[in-house]
Ligand binder design. Sequence first.
Ligand code: 0RA
Length: 668
Amino acid sequence: MSAEDQELLNTGSDEYSAKNISVLKGLEAVRKRPAMYIGDVGTRGLHHLINEVVDNSIDEALGGHCDNIIVILHKDGSCSIDDNGRGIPVDLHAEENRSALEVVMTVLHAGGKFDKQNYKVSGGLHGVGVSVVNALSESLQVEIKRDGKLYSQNYTFGDPVAPVQVVATLKKPETGTKIIFTPDKTIFRTTKFKYETVLARMRELAYLNKFVTIRVIDESENEDITLHFKGGLTEFVKYLDESREVLHKTVYIEGEKDDVPVEIAFQYNSDFSEAIFTYVNNINTHEGGTHLVGFKSGLTRTLNSYAAKNNLIKDQKITLTGDDFREGLTAVISVKVREPQFEGQTKTKLGNSEVKSAVETLVNEKLALFLEENPSVGKKIIEKCLRAAEAREAARRARDLSRRKNAMDSFDLPGKLADCSITDPDHCELFIVEGDSAGGSAKQGRNRRFQAILPLKGKILNVEKAKLTKVLENNEIRSLIAALGAGIGSDFNDTKLRYGKIILMTDADVDGSHIRTLLLTFLYRHMKSLFDGNRIYIAQPPLYRIKKGKEEHYAFDDAERDSILKRFKVSAAEVQTGHDAEELTEEESSSEHKIKGVTISRYKGLGEMNPEQLWQTTMNPETRTMLQVSIENAADTENLFTTLMGDNVEQRRAFIEKHAKYVKNLDV
Ligand code: 0RA
């Protein structure tokens, strides 16, 4: 800090400088170990910066002080978040001897010093404070509207450039906070915000907080969407089931018990999978916890006693189990907890035991009431659950009959699996390959020590539309389950997994991407924790081989091809003419043409590559690039899969047209 700044701050005391040094140390710690505060320095951590600021605005909203938030991705790479909350206080902070605003922006966890009455989030990566965003920004500007004035302060790398200044007098009695920041390029692997990612989280927040309106703008893409859902969670489950056939009107439960506000919406659809999303203080609790347990037991108990009381189970032999009550169920549970305890591997499992009884009691009371008032809904739900119970019984009988043949019970590896020789899963990879011919190349090209190949024939079953019994009858799926060795569904056990990496290797064409989507759908529905463990990858075979004399290059997209050709002094325009001259049709499996002594081969299928080429370009860990599949947003992923794989064709087409880029990038 310069002497001038010191003067401006008008403190002059040694105490101040001492404090200031410790503050700098605090933010330095963030800059030194950013991952400790925001998880990672990739896309996820980058977007965490936006979420952190918005969480503060949402905190204001939860206290009833804010109902409007605007998030803008600016053309210059900065992001602004503008809210109409109370505005961060700007008065002198007695203890710190400088403005409260500066304290909030530069002291780790300073939010706590203000003793906010809200539901504070203490677990996971949330609630680390806006000072973390400041520390990781090359520049940040904050504007506060409060007490009839507009205040402003600028920072670089977390350091104030000058003290807070009054920049205007307000005409209207407005309040609010606006933060504009540019993430630090020396910290993040990428600093480009993705509209889809931001939008998905903002949509989720808008559903979870029905009194808030969130507008999300991307200035460079001309996107501008306003999110406001009067119906809250009711609209949220409708969104999740957008492409499914819903069986009845949505059940909505709201109440507070033992100081725990609870909000739940659920409905049944004609499909078979269970999709329950749980939130604590607006955070998605992937691993569930006490709120989920409370919901499940309340649901099972209430529906069972409703069915008994109304004589809805005619067949005395049938007893309904918890699983039967969750087939085709889509639900969102949102609770607010003052001091949440987060447990589990990813700290996304709620541990507070008082929440279980609060949720369970509310479900018992309010669901019973709802069913009494809506007997036709009650009847539909019980009918659906009875069908699930019948199917479960049938599946059990079938299993008993074919015990030894069943993929689940036998540990026989499928015949077409070419296994690797070492057995330590941490070092083993399974390539799931489309078709026998590509499978053949992969088997010859691989490193058989640690790479296993499982060729699958044609399109696997669309599990989105099939009962579990059907899924288990399908040969391709059985091979896959057996090869992975870790079971399926609720029996799935990570520790038995035979391979650490599961790599989907399909052709770079429409069929290939369809097969990949089918595989991802299966894995998502029945082995979801593979996604949490970041075990799923997508191989990236090249699209072109470019050869001149002895020199050979591979290109993974058109842009790369053109830049390689440029080095050979061939222009993109000439390549285009080359294409036209050959009249390349869609059906044609490959093409090769020569321009100025340069041979350009286009691969359409993996099978066209010889084993050595396949190894060199796609399988060799030293040289390959692969996409890692991760779930950025659970609710949006649910919606993505139901829309892509569901019945509603019109919806699917609209979705694909709108999200073509998103789907192609496989940001599921
Ligand atoms: C500290 C204290 C108060 C509000 C905030 C921080 C606050 C932070 C952010 C970040 C983005 N938007 C925000 N809005 C508010 C309490 C203010 C009071 O008591 O008046």
